[in-house]
Write a protein that binds this ligand. Structure first.
Ligand SMILES: [Zn+2]
Length: 258
């Protein structure tokens, strides 16, 4: 059975995430908000706002201080990953299963530490991907909700070793610059052939560029096409863990209680 999945990740816990939350609620879509305890670059929502967000949406780990992990000594990277998880687990009273690498920076050691800390999967900044990854700690997205030139897309993909993303960018994504059109190609592809259309956004970018209208039109489309099933990132990671995804007979949709 083909699965036509849509998922959304919202990074950084900026106070404008509450506007994104309102839009998601309006369209009945699920999402995962990756929230650090602190971010030296931008404000983070209050603890009470975070608790209230968690009653309806998944909250994922994004380290304690929004620190890029790739070049940190192991002990410091562990503290950022583990203490960030513990902070959320204690605050929300449930185990945090999803992780996202700050600025998309990680290496094999970082990925191993994230797994050891008890997360089930981790989202990267590998773009232009619409399928289940080979490793759940290398989870890619279809579209970053920010318009990039072809040069940036290609350079980013090559620097990250994301060759499939580079090929897809010119194929299924038609080298689109505008992120609304770019994600539209992901939705077209997944509606038709199955897979995962994954939109990754920063609410502060929606605010800075006044892209709320673009976001809303995509959410509307995701909600109105009956072929799509909306899942959290965590439901995808759990699904990955529970099923042999290489098997074509796997037909349990993620997010099903079982
Ligand atoms: Zn971030």
């Amino acid at each position: 059975m083909k699965q036509h999945l849509v998922t959304i990740s919202v990074d950084d816990g900026h106070p404008t995430d509450l506007r994104t939350r309102d839009l998601l609620e309006k369209y009945g879509l699920k999402a995962t908000f990756y929230v650090p305890a602190r971010n030296p670059e931008r404000p983070v929502m209050s603890v009470s706002e975070l608790r209230s967000l968690a009653t309806r949406f998944e909250i994922g780990g994004h380290t304690l201080n929004h620190t890029p992990l790739k070049n940190l000594p192991k002990r410091k990277a562990w503290a950022e990953i583990y203490d960030g998880k513990k902070w959320l687990d204690d605050l929300l009273g449930l185990p945090t299963v999803s992780f996202c690498y700050p600025r998309g920076k990680f290496n094999a050691l970082t990925a191993a530490l994230v797994e050891e800390a008890g997360f089930l999967g981790a989202r990267t900044c590998f773009f232009n991907l619409n399928s289940f990854p080979k490793n759940p700690f290398y989870w890619g997205v279809s579209t970053h909700a920010s318009s990039h030139t072809s040069f940036i897309q290609l350079r980013h993909a090559l620097l990250e070793g994301n060759l499939a993303g580079a090929v897809n960018y010119f194929g299924m994504f038609r080298a689109s610059h505008d992120w609304e059109i770019h994600f539209g190609h992901a939705l077209d592809y997944v509606a038709e052939r199955g897979g995962i259309a994954h939109l990754y956004l920063h609410s502060w970018e929606m605010e800075a560029f006044q892209h709320w209208g673009k976001l809303e039109s995509l959410l509307k489309r995701m909600a109105s096409d009956a072929r799509f099933r909306s899942v959290t990132n965590g439901e995808l990671y759990k699904h990955y863990k529970e099923h042999d995804l290489t098997s074509p007979s796997c037909s349990h949709p993620p997010g099903d209680a079982r």
